[in-house]
Design a protein around this ligand. Structure first.
Ligand SMILES: *Cc1c(COP(=O)(O)O)cnc(C)c1O
Length: 382
């Protein structure tokens, strides 16, 4: 069956329908060999020589992700950070890049530290404000606009289509960290983005047991070749077992993301007018920043991530996280189990995250159970 003729959910469930020709296996083998036999005439007719360049264990996961994102090529990396930093390392010292003020903090601190030391002219702007973004762009000088939407940990929304137009007018490329939306809810390349990045550690794998990253490109151009060379030369490749697990996770991506989105919506609505909560940050609420844009650029839900601001302040927020019984008190996101964390503690004293904020990653438990657990924790626990 041609995957183009079936719904993306069907293509994912069947991992594009691939079956091993030799064994008729419906689940792929794991190839662990680091090296490949040379032909007698000194060529590599298999197209493979050494594992850092390429790995047959990547083929299906890359093909499936590329199909879901409607790209022209996908590449797996050893982590989300390896995929993201490759995009910046492909630039040249002196290049101007624009990134959001609100974003995954690990990448923000790398941009403000290593990337600046290395020579990139990094400017952090409020990318949810198109006027501010337009002002920051320097035609001919700005080479890359990086956005994350919904963005950690306040889940603010940046308009991908509008940002792509502005970036392209200035001669810059647009890369989108789409870890939270996943291709189930948003396909940034179809909205004009040039690159999509995923921390595949999160929803794509979905079971909190693999670290992986990915890039998908709109065009198989020189920029993509440079990124391939960076993965090869800097060596941030994924392992074979991890690639196999990632594909297994991606086969259930649609049911997981749909269920997590439904649960998050229910939890957000429940706590929206709660006396002990001053704000529920979730793009699925009509009053949320960016709701209209999210409704346009996301379909099938608003994702499984939300944050609560606790009225009684930081100590009370930490106490709520301490008193939950069902939610797991841990960092990360996108797994089958629901996680809660006091985000400012994770990011440290320079964090712009409000001290009263609890970040929630909604998993696949019953939403009523998750709400009841938060209610008992807010009431002081027992
Ligand atoms: C986790 C995460 C990353 C980094 O991914 P790793 O796999 O931990 O390196 C980047 N962006 C977002 C939005 C993330 O949640």
């Amino acid at each position: 069956m041609d995957p183009k003729q079936i719904k993306p959910a069907s293509a994912a469930a069947q991992a594009l329908g691939w079956v091993d020709e030799k064994t008729r296996a419906v689940s792929p083998a794991i190839h662990t060999s680091t090296t490949y036999l040379r032909d007698e005439d000194n060529q590599y007719r298999s197209g493979r020589g050494y594992i850092r360049a390429d790995n047959p264990s990547f083929d299906q996961a890359e093909a499936l992700l590329n199909h879901l994102e409607q790209g022209s090529g996908a590449m797996l990396f050893g982590s989300g950070m390896a995929a993201a930093t490759a995009v910046f390392l492909a630039l040249k010292p002196g290049d101007h890049v624009v990134a959001p003020k609100v974003m995954y903090w690990g990448l923000r601190s790398w941009l403000q530290g290593f990337a600046k030391d290395w020579g990139l002219d990094v400017e952090l702007v409020d990318t949810t404000d198109q006027a501010a973004l337009a002002k920051a762009l320097r035609p001919g000088k700005t080479k890359l606009v990086w956005i994350e939407t919904p963005a950690n940990p306040t889940w603010v929304i940046t308009d991908i289509a509008a940002t792509a137009r502005l970036a392209h007018q200035a001669g810059a490329r647009l890369a989108v960290d789409s870890t939270v939306a996943t291709p189930v809810l948003t396909r940034p390349l179809t909205l004009g983005a040039d690159l999509v990045m995923h921390a595949a550690t999160k929803y794509l794998n979905g079971h909190s047991d693999v670290i992986a990253g990915a890039l998908v490109t709109a065009k198989d151009d020189d920029g993509w070749k440079r990124l391939k060379a960076i993965r090869h030369d800097m060596g941030a490749v994924l392992g074979s077992f991890e690639a196999w697990l990632l594909l297994r996770g991606m086969r259930t991506l649609f049911v997981r993301v749909s269920a997590a989105s439904r649960g998050a919506q229910q939890i957000a609505e429940h706590f929206a007018k709660h006396p002990k909560i001053t704000a529920v940050l979730y793009p699925g609420l009509p009053a949320a920043q960016g709701h209209a844009v999210a409704a346009r650029e996301m379909s099938g839900g608003f994702g499984g991530m939300l944050s609560l601001r606790v009225k009684a302040g930081e100590a009370a927020a930490i106490a709520v996280a301490a008193k939950v019984r069902l939610w797991k008190r841990a960092t990360s996101l996108g797994g089958v189990e629901s996680l809660i964390e006091h985000r400012a503690s994770v990011e440290g004293p320079t964090s712009p995250v409000p001290a009263d904020l609890l970040r929630l990653s909604v998993g696949l438990e019953d939403a009523g159970d998750l709400i009841a657990d938060l209610e008992q924790a807010l009431a002081g626990g027992s």
